[in-house]
Design a protein around this ligand. Structure first.
Ligand code: ZN
Length: 94
């Protein structure tokens, strides 16, 4: 459901404000701002289909292709090697 955005437009000069104002700051007329509503543009968020819950048994995980970095100890630390496209931060004492 798209949210309706409300704004106030001066009926004298067309000045727009997100808040209601007693006096238009543009043409200095009193009580000329009238409430109007606009449908916001459909963003990617609005178009995204709502996620459906999945059973754990329906979710399949694929093993990543691990690339050996040449150091057996570091490969073991990384869980079998480097994953292409991933970033691994390794810290610790030298
Ligand atoms: Zn005005």
């Amino acid at each position: 459901m798209a949210r309706v955005k409300t704004f106030f437009t001066c009926q004298q000069c067309g000045f727009q404000s997100p808040k209601w104002l007693g006096k238009c700051p543009d043409c200095n007329q009193w009580n000329t701002l009238a409430e109007e509503q606009t449908q916001p543009a459909q963003g990617p968020r609005a178009l995204a289909a709502p996620g459906k819950p999945q059973k754990l048994e329906d979710i399949t995980s694929t093993a990543e292709d691990r690339v050996s970095c040449g150091l057996a100890e570091l490969d073991r630390t990384l869980g079998g090697g480097l994953v292409p496209g991933s970033l691994t931060l390794v810290g610790g004492d030298p």
